[in-house]
Design a protein around this ligand. Sequence first.
Ligand SMILES: [Mg+2]
Length: 291
Amino acid sequence: MSVLCLIANPARPVLTPRIVEAVQEKTGGTINWLHREIACEIIGPSTQSPETVARKVLQDLPVDAARVPARNRRKKLLLADMDSTMIEQECIDEMAAALDLKPRIAAITARAMAGELDFAQALAERVSLLAGLDANTIKTLRREAITLAPGGRVLVKTMREHGAKTVLVSGGFTIFADYFARRIGFDQAIANQLEFDENETLNGRVTGPLVTAQTKLDQLQKQAEQLGIPLSATLAVGDGANDLPMILKAGLGVAMHAKPMVEEKAPVAIRHADLSALLYLQGYGEQDLVY
Ligand SMILES: [Mg+2]
């Protein structure tokens, strides 16, 4: 049996009983509200691909429709991408802005995230352009130029409260990932380490093994193994091409406001809602949320 989830953005709570009933009339199944005006599930829809049926009913309404299996919905491990997923910017582009290199570097980032460039090569090229940037400037823009993606904190806190491990896994940099992982409440952060010279200035290189698409996938498997849980009990979320392998392997894989090629291939795509959608997909309701 499956469950059809209808999820709106809490900043734009447009989900009404009338809309849900209009969907249920076409899909069959039992209506169960998770959060007033924001999230509702239809348990055991009887039509083929009820999410497609729902999207036809919803038309232009900013409501996501996603189908998930009815069993084992609550996950015990969350692996989340950072840039453009848990935060609203690409850190490397913001660092480039401090050197007046944003258009040049952002163009490479966009192509890398769309899967058009080799990730490692594109990263090395961009990091080399950042040589000379000092640590204080990075710390300032970390505070001033980066915003947390809505719903991230409630996602991480609620999952942790219910016994899940949460890991931020980023192809970006530890100087950002460690900081934002703490601010959002993750158990752990994994990212690339930028090399600074003795004057606390970037030398244009990273140290240690690169965090690539393969690293993210390996982490999913390794962390699940360490927790003694099957992959079906894992959740992975991201927006870029380097997130796709972990998204495809996880028990619940979500493309979050993602690049088209990621959205197309991911089992679930969230286009309208915020990160709290990942809780409703797991069957959490308003009373379960930890802010
Ligand atoms: Mg990203």
